[in-house]
Design a protein around this ligand. Structure first.
Ligand code: ADP
Length: 933
């Protein structure tokens, strides 16, 4: 090129540069501007003169500086680079995007000496592109919102869109959890450690109103707490933006944008972020709501399916909108689906609706219908399923459901089935009523007939009660739901009693166990006597039957038969229990009634026992006295209240002996027992029964004594009379004999024998007479002042004459004895007896000494001998009537045993005392004391 050409070309170039809209800039290799075209002023407002000499990076956006410097460095090395878009600062502080195309300038040696670049304003197109990115991002998010059902997916999509459309290289989404803590829901490019360290951090409080985004271009610029800033830096994050997620004025969470390098978050970025946030917030709420709704619905369905309570929802016109299985079952459907599919009239046809009293209930009065009229209603309803006659009881509670305007749109009925409870309740009530009835009267047949009345129709379709009377089973009551069939049962029991071996009544009686017959008709032939009987059973038409035996305390009284008659449902397990219980109670009532009857009889008997002279007492199996009549009380000297309820041995110490001897004995037997130290003789008999033993006895102590006396008397008297009579008889016969010649002395001797033996006979007879008179109370006593010494002298005088020669009889009386108060004849008799005995029982002879002394205001007579003596053990008894010592001890001395008895009786009647002292060997001393007159 020539100089001129070169000059022209320069000029041209200058003009082009000058006129160019592009920024033409020449920089040296360290980036200092060496030339700036006039467009610097037009486009950026900078005077080219003021920028020359300043570094180009001063006019670069900080975010772009790095790229700018990289480009300069590359070109300084002579590399060609593609155009780059950076931002250039205007003098008034705005940023314009410029696309620069630059190229190195070489010197003659081929070295790069400078870089020349031209840049044109691409701000609009950059912004436009930004907008398009933004829009694209928004579309993506909107599409995701529409398309995805899961929030996680949606969140992920939003984050990806944000990363694509903004300068963020990482992003996250955090939402408040139920506890008010903001937690990561979705993230891109964040470490677990970072998430853990920053979770929960938020620049706003949850209740903040209109939260603003918080933008941090560089954590180094501050604004974050030092620890948090450190965490952020460690994660390689320089810039970050907190963008609130708000829905309906409520802060739900935040978006976080992160950039590795410093970044001034632009309005566009934040706007996009907010827009997406907005979308997400509503989507989140909507998704959450619908998820919750779905979850709730599922939950509800599960609950509905599983709850025992029936749930029925009716629309405002009464149609069934929803029902669960339980609701369906209550009214006889197997499932909710079946119920909902069924025709409405069909449903109503299936069952009858009854109120709590069993009266038909109009449909309008059902709680569900009432709820449709706006009322909350509850009532007890009985659904009687027509097909089976089964009754189901429910407590139905219904509530209206209203729309926003308050109009009732549906009703919800909650059906709580209480059939079981109701039946249980009915059973309890029935049992209670039955018990009451059974206990009301003790008239057995009446009671059972009433029971039959009660059981039909509440419990059974028919009832029959059979009770043993005198060993024969008789029907005492029967009821059938249909009264004319009651007659049939009664008639049938007469003509065809339940005596067939296989009849359930017989089985129940035999086994003592309740009998359940699920299908009576099927067993009709087995239990019938004949064809006619079978026919009658068919007519009675019962389906199931229960026979319970009436047993109490091991005794079978009879049986009750219960039967169901369709449409009543057949008996079930619970019915058997009820029937059994009823049987138990009826049996107990029967037992009571029978016991009462017996007790009545026994009571009369017990009344009579009060007056009988025989002792009667009842001892139960445990030996406890249950009955103790007054005669028993007298005999054992134990009052009834002390004896009854205690063991018999407490009242009768000799119980063992008595019981043993009584049971061993046949009929009445005299048994000795000791009563408070006395020997008593009882004639006792015993009769055992299931409850114990009844003892009846008579106290025969006195009677026995008399009998003993009588026999003693007879033996003694006959013996005692025989001896003198034999002597007299012998002497008289001898005297009578002609063939024997008797000497006078012999004749006199024989006559003496007759005289003395007659005297002895007279004395014996006398003794008997005295004793008899004493016993019969005919002995008169005439007490007077007597001279004791004179009487003693008189008695000893007469006895001395008869006494054997070996006997020396002496009398000694204290001088000046006062007179005594006595009957002189009786005193003479007493002393005679004593002195006579003293002589009699001194067979070897000896000294008999009679002494009279005064002792205080009594006179004491003592008759002392040296005879046989009386053993101390026998001394008490010698005064008893007819008592005599053993003949060995008396050496055959005869006597009646009446003398001392007479003595004692007489002395006592004269207010005196009598006794004996003897050691049993060397004589005896009898003493008598009588009062001084
Ligand atoms: P009896 O007619 O037998 O003498 P008592 O009543 O007078 O009847 O006497 C009863 C019994 O007492 C006599 O059988 C005798 O065994 C005994 N007895 C009475 N007196 C005496 C006596 N002095 N010495 C010994 N035994 C006597």
């Amino acid at each position: 090129m020539s100089q001129t050409e070169a000059g022209l070309a320069d000029e041209l170039r200058r003009l082009v540069v000058k006129r160019s809209h592009d920024l033409v800039t020449l920089i040296d290799l360290d980036g200092t501007i060496t030339y700036a075209s006039p467009s610097w002023a037009r486009m950026l407002g900078w005077d080219p003169a003021e920028v020359v000499g300043t570094p180009l990076v001063d006019y670069c956006h900080p975010d772009d500086v790095e790229r700018g410097l990289d480009a300069i460095a590359a070109q300084a090395r002579g590399e060609e680079i593609p155009p780059i878009v950076t931002r250039r600062k205007t003098k008034d502080g705005r940023w314009l995007s410029v696309e620069s195309d630059s190229t190195p300038v070489y010197d003659a040696d081929g070295n790069v000496t400078a870089i020349i670049g031209s840049a044109h304003n691409v701000t609009e197109s950059v912004e436009l592109r930004g907008r398009i990115d933004e829009l694209h991002a928004l579309y993506r998010v909107a599409d995701a919102v529409a398309r995805t059902t899961s929030l996680d997916e949606l969140f992920g999509e939003a984050l990806d869109a944000l990363i694509d459309a903004t300068a963020a290289d990482r992003a996250s989404l955090l939402l408040y959890d139920g506890a008010g803590v903001m937690r990561f829901q979705a993230w891109r490019g964040l470490s677990g450690a970072y998430r853990a360290a920053t979770e929960g951090h938020t620049p706003w409080t949850q209740d903040v109103v209109d939260p603003r985004p918080v933008l941090i271009a560089d954590v180094a610029d501050g604004g974050l707490e030092p620890e948090l800033a450190a965490v952020v830096r460690r994660e390689g994050i320089t810039a970050l933006a907190f963008v609130p997620l708000v829905h309906a004025g409520q802060l739900l969470g935040k978006f976080m944008l992160y950039a590795a390098g410093r970044h001034d978050w632009s309005d566009g970025e934040i706007r996009l972020c907010l827009t997406i946030a907005n979308h997400l917030a509503s989507a989140t709420v909507r998704t959450r709501t619908s998820a919750a709704f779905r979850a709730q619905r599922e939950q509800l369905e599960t609950v509905m399916r599983t709850v025992d309570e029936g749930i029925l929802v009716q629309g405002s016109d009464g149609t069934r909108v929803y029902a669960n299985d339980s609701a369906a079952r209550v009214i006889g459907f197997t499932s909710a689906a079946e119920l909902l599919a069924a025709d409405r009239d069909d449903v109503l046809e299936r069952f009858e609706i009854l109120d709590e009293h069993g009266a038909p209930l109009p449909a309008e009065e059902l709680p569900g219908r009432a709820a449709l009229r706006g009322m909350t209603a509850q009532r007890l309803i009985c659904y009687r399923i027509k097909a089976t006659g089964e009754q189901r009881w429910s407590l139905v509670r219904a509530n209206p459901i209203r729309d926003e305007s308050g109009a009732v749109v549906a009703s919800v009925s909650v059906i709580h089935e209480i059939t079981k409870e109701r039946r249980a309740g009915e059973r309890i009530a029935f049992l209670a009523r039955a018990s009451e009835l059974l206990n009301q009267t003790l008239e057995i047949d009446e009671t059972l007939a009433a029971l039959a009345d009660l059981a039909v129709p509440h419990f059974a379709g028919h009832v029959t009660v059979d009770v043993f009377h005198g060993g024969v089973l008789r029907c005492v009551g029967a009821r059938h739901r249909e009264s004319d069939l009651t007659e049939l049962i009664l008639e049938l029991r007469q003509t065809h009693p339940p005596t067939v071996h296989d009849h359930p009544v017989q089985r129940a009686l035999r086994t003592g166990e309740p009998q359940f017959v699920p299908d009576v008709q099927a067993e009709a032939v087995a239990m019938a006597h004949d064809e006619q009987h079978v026919e009658a059973i068919r007519r009675l038409g019962n389906e199931s039957g229960i026979v319970v035996p009436l047993i109490a305390r091991g005794r079978t009284f009879g049986a009750i038969t219960f039967g169901t008659v369709p449409p009543q449902p057949p008996f079930d397990e619970a019915d058997i229990e009820l029937a059994t219980e009823l049987g138990r109670r009826a049996a107990a009532a029967l037992d009571n009634a029978l016991l009462y009857e017996e007790a009545q009889e026994r009571a009369h008997a017990a009344d009579a026992l009060q007056f009988v002279d025989d002792g009667v007492f009842l001892v139960d199996r445990d030996g406890i006295v249950q009955l103790w009549n007054p005669a028993a009380a007298r005999a054992f000297r134990v009052r009834a209240d002390r004896a009854i309820g205690r063991h018999v041995s407490e009242s009768i110490p000799d119980w063992e002996t008595l019981a043993a001897q009584t049971s061993a004995a046949r009929g009445m037997q005299a048994i000795p027992v000791t009563v408070k130290g006395d020997e008593r003789w009882l004639s006792a008999s015993a009769a055992s029964f299931s409850g114990g033993t009844v003892f009846a006895f008579r106290d025969i102590t006195e009677q026995r004594a008399i009998e003993q006396l009588r026999s003693d008397f007879v033996s003694t008297v006959s013996h005692e009379l025989r001896t003198p009579l034999a002597a007299i008889y012998g002497a008289a016969l001898t005297l009578q004999r002609d063939d024997v010649r008797l000497e006078d002395s012999q004749r006199t001797g024989l006559l003496d024998v007759i005289a003395s033996e007659a005297d002895r006979l007279a004395r014996i007879v006398n003794d008997i007479l005295w004793a008899s008179r004493l016993d019969s109370g005919q002995m008169g006593i005439a007490i007077e002042k007597c001279d004791a010494e004179a009487i003693v002298t008189q008695v000893t005088h007469s006895l001395r004459s008869h006494a054997p020669s070996k006997i020396v009889l002496d009398v000694d009386a204290e001088p000046n004895l006062p007179p005594i108060a006595a009957d002189p004849d009786k005193l003479r008799q007493v002393l005679t007896n004593l002195v006579d005995n003293a002589i009699k029982y001194s067979p070897d002879g000896g000294h008999v000494y009679v002494l009279v002394t005064r002792s205080g205001n009594r006179i004491r007579f003592r008759v002392q001998d040296e005879g046989l003596g009386i053993p101390p053990t026998e001394q008490a008894r010698i005064f008893e009537k007819f008592f005599r010592l053993d003949p060995q001890l008396t050496r055959g001395v005869g006597g009646t045993g009446l003398g001392l008895y007479i003595c004692r009786e007489l002395v006592e009647r004269m207010h005196g005392r009598i006794g004996v002292n003897s050691d049993g060997r060397s004589g005896s001393t009898f003493w008598v004391e009588l009062p001084v007159a």
